[in-house]
Design a protein around this ligand. Structure first.
Ligand code: NAD
Length: 415
């Protein structure tokens, strides 16, 4: 199996878009690198009295369209290249849904599963102690990502406000509701993805009522995808999986009941009234919509020819390798690319910032309405470019996003 350096892949994707857009060399060079990178050491007093020094990053890829925005990951295998790639993808994601933000990402190399609450709080405050000097509501806005939670965001926001002396709630999004979080954030990624699938289904003449769905991954993105598919459109969720295995029932699974089973047992596997299925088989099911909602690089040159779904909706980041993409395209499989399909999360985070800045709280219904508008417009803008240039949806999404950022860079006179 090929090992992908995510940053090399991210740069290759920009290069391709830059070729098609015939961008000048200086513009390309600017867009294929982050503008700013901060690498920090964080001494943290551990519960046993020792001091452990953690390594962390905050990387701001491009702020030509507005302050940068992106999550913070706590992971033992974090690398600077992963954070660089994710920062760059955030730039394209914000641009494709046309919100006035750039892209950033942060990370700390640590194993949160082995740390106590108190240690996590001290680490989170230490991170803001260092990174606080380059973030802020008008500079760079942080958010949760892998293994960081609303509680961690609450500590970070508190530390940021302590340092600035202001009630700068908007410096961090993904906060709990009681301190400026937004309604509608929890299911925003899945909901936003469904709005794009609804538009795609209309174009492809697929009736979503009773349409068959398979979902790989049953975490935040995957479980809400299954639940909303049933609730909003009456889809038939025939197969779902997680890291411990998968389940299938052609008559349809009750997505809420599967979630409760997972909460009780730790996995979707073993759900009553369903047969087991492995992750490889799930990807190859003949369904209307396949949702990879777990990991990167699961649809590869090796299995792309076996994919039979009519629509592949990429809730996960990077589920399809660059080699698999053309195979899906030739087989007429309609791929809604990750940074378009899963942009609902950052869009509602942006709504959170806007509510914080105006000291307002929107109703859930209003959040859904505005999210629908953003996602639907973005889907059709990308679709029109795909049709116009005769390219796949991923290439078209890059063309839209890179063009918007390049335009802002040029208007500001940087290049
Ligand atoms: P999560 O940790 O809540 O869930 C991940 C799920 O994937 C878990 O159910 C896990 O068991 C499952 N999984 C892990 N390995 C697997 C395997 N080998 N086969 C099948 N399932 C496996 O994470 P999440 O927040 O739902 O994120 C999932 C993906 O969606 C990631 O790529 C993430 O970057 C992307 N995403 C999430 C959001 C969001 O708002 N949560 C926003 C944008 C993108």
């Amino acid at each position: 199996m090929v090992e992908y350096n995510p940053f090399t892949v991210a740069q290759a994707e920009v290069d391709r878009a830059a070729d098609l857009l015939e961008l000048e060399p200086a513009m390309r060079e600017l867009l294929r690198w982050p503008l700013r990178e901060l690498q920090v050491r964080l001494p943290v007093h551990m519960d046993d009295g020792s001091v452990q020094v953690f390594e962390g990053f905050r990387i701001q890829h491009n702020d030509a369209r507005g302050p940068t925005k992106g999550g913070i990951r706590y992971h033992p295998a974090e690398t600077i290249d992963t954070v660089r790639a994710l920062a760059m993808w955030m730039t394209w994601k914000c641009a494709v849904v046309d919100i006035p933000l750039g892209g950033a990402k942060g990370g700390v190399i640590c194993n949160p599963k082995e740390m106590s609450e108190a240690e996590l709080e001290r680490l989170s405050r230490a991170y803001i102690g260092q990174v606080g000097r380059i973030i802020g509501p008008d500079r760079d806005i942080a958010a949760p990502d892998v293994y960081t939670t609303p509680q961690i965001m609450a500590w970070m926001m508190d530390e940021y406000c302590r340092l600035s002396g202001n009630s700068d709630f908007g410096a961090i999004t993904g906060k709990p509701l009681g301190i400026g979080g937004s309604l509608g954030r929890n299911d925003a990624t899945a909901r936003g993805g469904w709005y794009t699938v609804r538009e795609a289904a209309q174009e492809l003449d697929i009736d979503l009522g009773g349409a068959t769905i398979a979902v790989q991954g049953y975490g935040n993105a995957g479980s809400y995808t299954a639940i909303l598919g049933q609730q909003l459109f009456g889809c038939r969720i025939i197969a779902v999986s997680d890291s411990s295995g998968g389940i299938i029932n052609e008559a349809g699974l009750n997505a809420e009941a599967v979630l409760q089973h997972k909460a009780r047992t730790g996995s979707v596997a073993g759900f009553p009234a369903a047969d087991s299925i492995d992750n490889g088989e799930l990807l190859a099911l003949d369904v209307d919509v396949l949702w990879p909602a777990a990991l990167e690089n699961v649809i590869t040159a090796d299995n792309a020819a076996q994919i039979k779904a009519k629509i592949v909706a990429e809730a996960a980041n990077g589920p399809t390798t660059p080699e698999a993409d053309p195979i899906l395209y030739e087989n007429d499989i309609h791929v809604i690319p990750d940074f378009l399909c899963n942009a609902g999360g950052v869009t509602v985070s942006y709504f959170e910032m806007v509510q914080n800045a105006s000291r307002d709280q929107w109703s859930e219904e209003y959040v859904h309405q505005r999210l629908d508008k953003k996602m639907t417009e973005a889907y059709h803008t990308v679709g029109d470019v795909a049709n116009h240039h005769g390219v796949d949806m991923r290439t078209a999404a890059y063309l839209v996003a890179v063009q918007r950022v390049a335009e802002a860079v040029a208007l500001r006179g940087w290049v």
